[in-house]
Design a protein around this ligand. Sequence first.
Ligand SMILES: [Zn+2]
Length: 479
Amino acid sequence: MATTDYIIKEDNTQKIFLSENTLNVADILKKHYIYIYEAIIDEGIILKADECSLFKELVFENKVVGFCSYDFSREFITVAINNIYVLPEFRGNGIFHDELLKTMKEHNKPSIMEPTRLVVELLLRYGLAKKITQNIVASSLEFIIPGSHVISNGNYDASEELSTHFYDLNICASIHILDLENTHIAYSEPLNYDIIHYDVLENRRFIDENYFSKIREIFISRDVEIMNVILDLEDMLPVKSYSIEDVVGSGDEFSPYIESLIDDAHVTHEKAVRIKQQMIEEYEAGMIVNESLMIRLAYLFKEDVEPSIKSHSDVCPYCSMPIDSHDKFCHFCGINLEFDPEEKMDSLMEFTNFNQVELSEDIRFVAYKFLKLIAQGIEVEYSIFTIVNTYDIEWSILKKYLEENRYFCNGKITEKGWTFMDNHPLNVYEKYCLNMVDYSDFEAYFYENDGLDKKEIVLNYLKQFNDEFIDIIDEINEN
Ligand SMILES: [Zn+2]
């Protein structure tokens, strides 16, 4: 065998090809890495993706011994590996592993476009994935399947990309549960490489309703355990941790990320300021976690985002894109899926004797609660979602009330709205720390005496209880 003239990298640096348009993988290989291209042909390997937006050399001991290419997922905001190749004589050196770790440390967690079984087995060996049954693997890196390569035992819209944590080694497929209750399961089409090496077609002859029921049973009976496997695997990843300042910039400055988004998306300075402010408020409210800051930023900068995937039963309450119950945050809009708006509500109505049926009849109360969420920086859509779910009120009714009173306009609280909030009995109740009395009773008294000075109402109300609250009355009088 002739010796190969490897391209030498004295300092081990990786050359990178990056383009806003697509790059043709074979063209790059033929032009710059002919020995790699020839090795691929000799092995009878067909490139999984012809095109990419990022191409990287894989360097080992000062030699270029392979490459990997990345593409950006159309639906999920993630960079996904779509080809990886290492010359046969250099395999077993953990080159792929090093590449994954490097990407995670420097940028973010990559996904893998249509992994072959070999790739999944490498993930197992590297400790980035774990078997949950003899054949089913849970991976910390997500697998992405183009919609046209998805098969399912129900209807699946071929325009919808699939993202999943799971893989079945036996049938060489990324698998994903679309609807656990109705046993709707999606899996990827067989790949050439797997057909040649793993008898996929033969093994797939056993895919029937029984197969799907078994999968369903595993995911139902071991739900919590499986979720913990993935969380544990994810916790071990050396993912770069971003702070809110890293992502949006500190003080009046914009971060380099926002600067580049302004350039790419031609967003106005004004809009960027607004997004930055929104990010800070959402982060402080616990709606975004550090791992999802970058996704959230990209999402907010995208114009007119409409949910484009509809064939999943679990969707994000915020953006309606599919989620997996094993996800910590929505991979599309970056919202923390553990964020509990109810908890936030609970803290708002602390000490109030809250009676849902009774209060839901008082639109003033619901309107106050809604505006209070907005005032706390919670996004409009999420505030609506929260209020509608908590108070069993239709948004159209609340909206009409807010519009008629002109409390809320173009997503913002108006002057009138702020005045309404200031004068609302709950605001007064909280301001004077009246939690020793029943809120509903106080509210009724307040409205009966509407028109009087707020402090006077409070004092008169407390005096009804004779000397019981004399200390508090004195305190209010003093301040
Ligand atoms: Zn979402």
